[in-house]
Each structure stands twice: as structure tokens, then as C-alpha cells.
Design a protein around this ligand. Sequence first.
Ligand SMILES: NC(=O)C1=CN([C@@H]2O[C@H](COP(=O)(O)OP(=O)(O)OC[C@H]3O[C@@H](n4cnc5c(N)ncnc54)[C@H](OP(=O)(O)O)[C@@H]3O)[C@@H](O)[C@H]2O)C=CC1
Ligand SMILES: CC(=O)N[C@@H](CCC(=O)OP(=O)(O)O)C(=O)O
Length: 348
Amino acid sequence: MSDVKVKVGILGASGYTGAELVRILAHHAAAEIVLLTADRRAGRPFGEVFPHLAHLNLPTMIRIDEADWDSVDFIFCALPHGTTQEVIAGLPGHIKVVDLSADFRLFDAATYKEWYGAEHAARELQKEVVYGLTELHREKVAKARIVANPGCYPTPVQLSLTPLLEQKLVLAQDIIVDAKSGATGAGRSPKEGLLFAEVTEGIHAYGTGGHRHAPEIEQGLAWASGEDVVINFSPHLMPMSRGILESIYVKMADGVTPEQIHEVLAKRYAGEPFVRVLPFGATPQTRHVRGSNYVLIGVVKDRVPGRVIIVAVEDNLVKGASGQAVQNMNVMMGLPETMGLEIEPLFP
Ligand SMILES: NC(=O)C1=CN([C@@H]2O[C@H](COP(=O)(O)OP(=O)(O)OC[C@H]3O[C@@H](n4cnc5c(N)ncnc54)[C@H](OP(=O)(O)O)[C@@H]3O)[C@@H](O)[C@H]2O)C=CC1
Ligand SMILES: CC(=O)N[C@@H](CCC(=O)OP(=O)(O)O)C(=O)O
């Protein structure tokens, strides 16, 4: 392999996904971080904002309008949604981009406006964007200049249901996704609902009946099934820093058994480095993926005839954000897909 490194910039480096990108890229053999940006924290050395990464001696974070784009080959855009589309539209064409925000994930303009409350400011770019759930869209990701990295909740459920919907083994109606997330999913900006006292020793549902990840999940499942899909999606905030667990309840097509569902998923992901299907009947835990890029999927027989329960976990900051973003960069740059991502989970 050549010694030439991909010159990487991270926009939004002072946030949780920014720090996670740095943690992963620090051990990436073919990437060099040359640009870090921030907003309120612009002007501060990265190692001062994240002392646990101070030894990497990275550049001071600057404002986006101070960036020298000529020095950069690849951008990870880890900015809040709504602020990203204009920034990406303004980047020179030689730069490839993985956008971690929601700005380019919805391919229907009306759906975007309905859920994000505004007209898209860079709609013309959408046609060159590829949805970056790597295992499902790898060939398109490889050719893309701009990749929309999936939301944290949409990854495990799409990995679990796509092979089943493609083969019509489960029904596209009556899908229930009960999801739980750690608090880093909400980002690092201070919010009252994220105070220690409001998160610890309790759990609560939020966005119930109308979370903006529902249309993103439905879009992906409709691609798989070839028909419109409507899901019940209910997220919950858990007293933990990272991790997502999704319990997915689906109806099987006539004559299909839970064992068959398990076999199909196990076969589909047998060659995938980051998706592991557990033995039939076993269920994964968030602590089994903490800090790693793995998604674990468990298939369980429901006592209710005709139904099956799938339980899937990921680390929201890794496979749910920065890990999958690096996986996509590897594919886009023709590098080994696992480069920088061979990190074992931190247990317990
Ligand atoms: N957290 C998660 O689990 C996941 C997050 N995402 C998405 O990734 C993106 C980043 O998330 P996360 O790291 O959690 O967010 P944070 O809130 O932790 O970080 C946001 C970053 O963007 C910068 N920023 C904020 N406002 C502006 C602005 N107006 N112009 C330029 N820079 C700005 C912040 O700078 P400063 O610190 O200086 O204010 C900070 O560096 C979001 O779109 C999020 O939805 C996607 C999947 C999972
Ligand atoms: C716990 C929590 O608040 N999670 C966030 C999702 C984070 C994420 O992946 O979403 P986006 O990239 O789409 O913002 C939420 O529910 O809005």
C-alpha cells in the first residue's frame, strides 16, 4: 500500500462524534487529521477540550470560514442538522464528504420539509448523495462523493429487517421498533433534559409517536420491500452514556418460522466484519458492543404465533455515527473497509 495518506478534516470536532472520529482515526494507517473546526470552542486546542486525546498533538480548532480547503481530501461533517447543507454545498469539488447529520438522509423533499421544518438549502446536491448504511449500499458508497451517514437509530433496524423484507419473509405492515439510547445520542451541547439528575435512575420515552428517525427507517425499509412501510417507532432515553438497543416486533409471512428468519440473517451477514448474528434464541446487550463498530443481532421465537422478536444493539457513537463514517470513508477511498475499526468492545 502507498504511504500517501488521506488528508482529513473534521467539521464539528468539539462534539461527541468529532471526538470519536479522532479516537478512531488516531489508529488509522491511511488517514492524517489536518483540519478541525468548532463553533463556540473555536480557537481552543483540541487537546484542551478533550484532555484524554491531548497526547495526539492535534491542531487548534478553527472556524469553518477559516479553513484552507486545498489542504484537505476528505471531510467528516459532524455538525448539527440544519447547519450542514450550506457548508457541504460550499465545499470544493475535489473533497469527498461523509455527513453525519440528518441533512441529506431523506431523499424526498416533501418528507424532509415535513420532519425538519424547513426547505432544504442544497436540494440539487441530493441526487449525488448516497445513503451510507455500508453493508446495504456498499457498491454505491464506493462511487459516491457525498455520503449521508445514517442516524443512530436507523442502522440496527435496517440491518435486521432489510434481508427479511427483500425475501418477503416478514410483513411490511405492523412493524414495531422499541428503541433505547444512551445520552450521548443527544450530543454535547448543554440541555436541561440531559442534566445528570434528569437522566440517572430512571428512563423515559420521548418523541413517542413522531420521532424524525421514523421516516428515515421507513425510507430504507421501503427500498428493501418495494412497497410503502409504516412503522411504530418509540425511542427511550436510558441512564447510560452510550449504546442503543432495539427490540423489533414483526409478523412473519404465512409458513415462515423464527428459525428460518435466523438462518437467513446469519447467512446474509456471515461475511460481514461488523455484523454478527447470535445463536438462535440469544439476545445481545449494549455492553457487548461498547466502543466498537459491531452490530449484534439476536432472533427469538415469540410465544405469540406468527410473530418473531429481533433484538439488535450498537454503540451509537461508533456504528451509529463515527465508526460507520470511517467505514464509509474506507470504502469511498478504496481502502480496506475495516481499517482503523478493528477495536474490540470495552467490557463491562
Ligand atoms: N451523538 C450521536 O450519537 C449521533 C450524532 N449524529 C449526528 O452527528 C452530528 C454531530 O453530533 P454530535 O457530535 O453528537 O453533536 P455535538 O452537539 O456534540 O457537537 C456539535 C459540533 O458542531 C459544532 N457546531 C454547533 N453549531 C455549529 C454551527 N452553527 N456552525 C458550525 N459548527 C457548529 C459544535 O461546536 P462547539 O462545540 O464549538 O459549539 C460541535 O463541534 C449531528 O448532526 C448529530 O445529529 C449522528 C448519529 C449519532
Ligand atoms: C438520545 C437522543 O437524543 N438521540 C437523538 C438521535 C441522535 C442521532 O443519531 O440522530 P441525528 O443524527 O439524526 O441527530 C435524538 O433522538 O434526536
